[in-house]
Design a protein around this ligand. Structure first.
Ligand code: ZN
Length: 150
C-alpha cells in the first residue's frame, strides 16, 4: 500500500469560511457553522467574544474613572479637595459611568470626611505644625485646580 501523504503535507488547509474559526488551546476547532452575524465565529463563540470584549471595556473604564476621581492635592483634608471629588463624582453619575451603589458609598464617605475636617484642621493648627501648615495644604489644593480652569 502506497501513501500519498506528500500532497496533503505540502498543501496548507484553507479554513472553511462557513465554519466557526474558534480553536481551543489544544488546537481543536469548533465544529459549528459560522454565524451570519459574525465574520468568523458561530453564534455561541461570537457571544463569548462579545462578552469578553465587554468585560475588557469595563475594566478599562474602571481604571479611567479611578484616574478622574483624584482629588486636587491628592488628599482629602480640605473642603476644596472633597468638593472637587464630589463634582467629579456627580459628572460620572450623570454620564452613567459608575455603578450607583459605588457612587452612593463614595458620597457617604465624602460626607464623613467633611464632618471630620474641623477636627483635622484643629489638630493641625493646635497640635501639629500650626496654622501655616494648614494654609499651605489649602493653597496646594487650590493651586492644583488653576491649570484645569485655563
Ligand atoms: Zn464556534
Amino acid at each position: 500500500m502506497k501513501f500519498q501523504s506528500s500532497r496533503t503535507a505540502v498543501t496548507p488547509q484553507r479554513p472553511d469560511p462557513n465554519r466557526c474559526q474558534f480553536s481551543t488551546a489544544d488546537d481543536r476547532q469548533c465544529r459549528m457553522s459560522r454565524w451570519e452575524g459574525h465574520v468568523s465565529f458561530c453564534l455561541f463563540h461570537a457571544r463569548v467574544a462579545a462578552s469578553e470584549a465587554h468585560k475588557m471595556a469595563q475594566l478599562l473604564a474602571v481604571e479611567e474613572v479611578g484616574q478622574e476621581l483624584v482629588s486636587l492635592s491628592g488628599e482629602f483634608k480640605t473642603a476644596s479637595d472633597v468638593n472637587h471629588f464630589l463634582g467629579k463624582l456627580l459628572l460620572l453619575i450623570a454620564q452613567d459611568r459608575i455603578p450607583h451603589r459605588n457612587a452612593v458609598a463614595m458620597a457617604y464617605i465624602c460626607q464623613l470626611l467633611l464632618c471630620t475636617l474641623d477636627s483635622v484642621r484643629h489638630e493641625i493648627t493646635n497640635e501639629g505644625p500650626g496654622f501655616s501648615a494648614w494654609k499651605a495644604m489649602v493653597a496646594k489644593a487650590l493651586s492644583s485646580r488653576l491649570p484645569q480652569q485655563s
